[in-house]
Design a protein around this ligand. Structure first.
Ligand code: HEM
Length: 479
């Protein structure tokens, strides 16, 4: 009967549109598909190719006509899928987050958020949304961002039921302590890492920190009177320290200048930043060869893989540092090759430590029910600039932490190292680096901003993606 009213091509388009709707109901809204993005795209391309072949072989069409007609059929699928996505995420009854306020366009897709992140930093976008919509904001079809200390504690405290969200698959297929989403694996690997951060290990680390801080002072003394980007020099200091402490590698950045991998890391960081909002897109692009945007990210991992192999070759005896403990564990449990994704993941984590977390869970936050399997973001940037917890929160008042406690209203909101089971393992180590570095620099030099520098670029030009890289701070030093 249908064939009397519709042409075969029209019928194919209609079936394809119904297929789009069915795919949404039967597949796309069930479970998490981010890391499967490239395979889903490949499958859809394969179906398209098959359809083109069938049309070419059985409908007596030229290859171009077959391609065109298949594209129209594929368009039916896209339209069907888009319509059902819009209905689903717009309807308060169907969408589990229909009751949470937030920007209209963010309800359907994370792509508008990603677009905005290309123009501004994520932390500033979220802070604006906080001002506009309050403490609980819908920032994606399946994502809310929550503000305030109570919300932060609920998500992060040790007995929280929240688990790490899809965003943490950032290194996929590699897995590091900081990105593993499996609670049991996390507990196991945290114990492994703990060995390298014991009091005894930190005592051993002290001499490395002193030697790198002394080298930093040497290098800066040799550049007295010159314009220096002190942000970069502090990064060389911490990078060189982490190489020696965690990996037995001397990156020699303090003595030989910026290591090429740091440059690659910075470019990758900058280009990948906006993609952080949309994990599936990052996985999709990584699955396609020659995508320019992820080129430097690939470079970073291929460099890290070779560097790890060299590192294993150069250090045959057991080492009592992070990579040593991680390798020994791998050897005890099937060998380094079998555990490569964990070993390389942790190797990369030592190189780039620290981040801004996201969690998943089902709970009531500030009176708003957040259903299970919702991604919950808890931006530390906003928490540590919230006037409920600090007086004049955006002003640089270092005395807050020493002689002026009256400008702190609630010190529990100061959580740079996070809290709970997944809080920073390197807190004491980083405090040691900061104290020794700051003491030597402040007692050894007078600092002056160069013309045009007011110290704000360090914050306003910082990149905000998994880890934060500060913007430049140009100064001239005098001994
Ligand atoms: C001032 C410097 C640092 C800050 C502000 C910082 C901050 C953080 C934060 C906020 C987290 C939690 C991330 C999350 O839950 O997603 C974290 C995790 C972590 N940090 Fe740091 N970090 C710093 C330095 C370091 C250093 C020097 C190391 C040494 C290797 C380190 C090792 C780690 C590790 C291993 C984790 C993962 C812990 C886990 O998943 O159990 N951090 N850091």
């Amino acid at each position: 009967m249908f064939s009397a009213i519709f042409s075969p091509q029209e019928l194919h388009v209609a079936i394809s549109a119904i297929g789009g709707i069915a795919a949404h109901w039967a597949y796309f809204i069930h479970g998490e598909l981010d890391v499967k993005a490239a395979n889903i795209a490949r499958l859809q391309l394969a179906v398209f190719a098959l359809l083109t072949y069938l049309k070419f072989s059985y409908e007596d069409l030229s290859i171009w006509e077959a391609l065109l007609r298949s594209a129209v059929v594929a368009g039916g699928y896209v339209v069907g899928l888009s319509i059902i996505i819009i209905i689903f995420w717009l309807s308060p009854r169907l969408s589990p987050l229909g009751h949470v306020p937030g920007p209209f366009s963010y309800r359907f897709s994370k792509l508008p958020h990603m677009w905005h992140m290309g123009l501004r930093r994520k932390c500033e976008i979220l802070e604006d949304l906080h001002g506009q919509y309050g403490d609980v904001v819908r920032t994606g079809p399946n994502e809310v961002t929550v503000f305030g200390l109570d919300a932060y504690n609920q998500v992060h405290e040790s007995d929280s039921k929240c688990i790490r969200a899809a965003y943490y698959d950032i290194l996929h297929p590699l897995v590091s302590l900081d990105t593993t989403r499996d609670e049991q694996i996390h507990t196991y690997r945290r114990k492994l890492w703990d060995q390298a951060f014991s009091i005894k290990s930190l005592e051993g680390a002290e001499s490395i920190v002193y030697s790198r801080a002394a080298e930093l002072v040497n290098q800066l003394q040799a550049r007295e009177g010159q314009v220096l980007n002190i942000s970069a020099w502090l990064e060389y200091y911490t990078f060189d320290f982490m190489g020696l402490f965690g990996l037995t590698i001397d990156f020699k950045k303090l003595t030989e200048g910026e290591h090429p991998i740091l440059k690659i890391h910075h470019i990758a960081h900058h280009l990948m930043g906006p993609l952080a909002a949309v994990p599936w897109l990052k996985h999709l692009l990584m699955g396609i060869a020659f995508v320019e945007r992820v080129k430097y990210y690939r470079h970073f991992f291929s460099w890290a893989g070779k560097e790890l192999e060299r590192n294993i070759q150069n250090n045959k005896s057991e080492r009592q540092n992070v990579i040593g403990y991680v390798l020994s564990d791998a050897k005890r449990n099937g060998g380094v090759k079998a555990n490569w994704n964990f070993v390389l993941g942790d190797f990369c984590l030592v190189i780039i430590a620290g981040s801004d977390p996201v969690r998943q869970g089902g709970m009531t936050i500030n009176g708003t029910y957040i259903p299970e399997y919702t991604t919950i973001m808890t931006p530390q940037y906003s928490l540590m600039r919230d006037p409920r917890y600090l007086v004049r929160p955006t002003e640089w008042i270092p005395e807050r932490f020493t002689t002026r406690p009256e400008v702190v209203l609630n010190k529990s909101a100061f959580v740079p190292w996070a809290i709970g089971k997944k809080s920073c393992l390197g807190k004491n180590l980083s405090l040691m680096e900061i104290r020794i570095g700051a003491a030597l620099l402040l007692t050894g030099f007078d600092f002056r901003f160069v013309a045009g520098e007011d110290g704000t670029r360090m914050f306003t030009q910082a990149t905000d993606f998994f880890t934060t890289t500060p913007g430049p701070l140009e100064v001239v030093l005098k001994t």
